[in-house]
Design a protein around this ligand. Structure first.
Ligand SMILES: NC(=O)c1ccc[n+]([C@@H]2O[C@H](COP(=O)([O-])OP(=O)(O)OC[C@H]3O[C@@H](n4cnc5c(N)ncnc54)[C@H](OP(=O)(O)O)[C@@H]3O)[C@@H](O)[C@H]2O)c1
Length: 201
């Protein structure tokens, strides 16, 4: 599949590598083209499906600059609404009764937004075996067919369907984004980022 990866940071680099290794044709989008990168809009135009891997504070600008090109396409939103501070850990700039995933879906009503993979470190996204056990990935979004497509792609990255939990509509992004408040503390407590959620019942 032709896939756009919007974002050149740790996540964009990891997902571009993992998706390419799985046999997909990937174009990486950035604010400025050059050095193997194209603009967000050019990447989105190329992709049949796109991943948003941009900084939370810039995500609406990034996907907004490619709104026309993302029309009708699945947009996998991996971003988190983190606001960084000189003193103290990051906070969320949207939470409780709204989320960045919902803001992106409202800003791009023609795109089929699926929130996924934002609850884990980039290495784990593309190499789940870095963490032992049946730990999970979440998807949420308003378009069931889009979630099925994304679950299939996750399978190619090493996440069997039985370890992908569908949390419902895009408003469930409120929960997966707010989890970052715990994730950030866990990273400190665990002394690293290679951990993930396993759900037992
Ligand atoms: N790092 C992780 O392991 C991890 C895990 C889960 C979720 N996330 C989330 O995934 C996203 C990407 O994280 P990251 O660590 O890979 O890198 P990042 O530094 O958060 O984001 C880098 C990307 O954001 C773009 N960007 C930054 N400011 C922008 C703005 N004002 N307008 C438009 N685009 C802007 C950059 O564009 P240029 O290419 O032009 O520089 C770059 O492509 C974030 O939302 C993060 O919270 C990260």
């Amino acid at each position: 599949m032709k896939i756009a990866v919007l974002g050149t940071g740790t996540v964009g680099t990891a997902l571009a590598g993992g998706l390419s290794a799985a046999g997909h044709d990937v174009k990486v989008g950035s604010r400025t083209a050059g050095e193997g990168k194209v603009t967000f809009a050019e990447a989105a135009e190329f992709g049949e499906l796109a991943f948003n891997c941009t900084a939370g504070a810039g995500a609406l600008d990034a996907v907004g600059s490619a709104a026309a090109e993302l029309e009708g396409k699945v947009l996998v939103d991996v971003s988190n609404p983190l606001e960084f501070h000189d003193d103290g850990p990051p906070t969320l700039f949207v939470a409780n009764d709204d989320s960045l995933g919902e803001r992106i879906q409202r800003a791009l009503p023609g795109a089929r937004v699926v929130k996924a993979l934002n609850t884990m470190n980039a290495d784990v996204m593309v190499n789940p075996s870095l963490v032992p056990g049946d730990h999970v990935a979440f998807v949420c979004g308003d378009d069931d067919a889009a979630k099925t497509t994304v679950t299939g792609l996750l399978g190619e990255l090493g996440w069997p369907a039985g370890r992908v939990i569908d949390l419902g509509g895009i408003s469930a992004a409120r929960g997966t984004e707010a989890y970052l408040l715990i994730w950030l503390r866990l990273m400190g407590a665990m002394g690293g980022a290679h951990f993930n959620i396993a759900v037992q019942r």
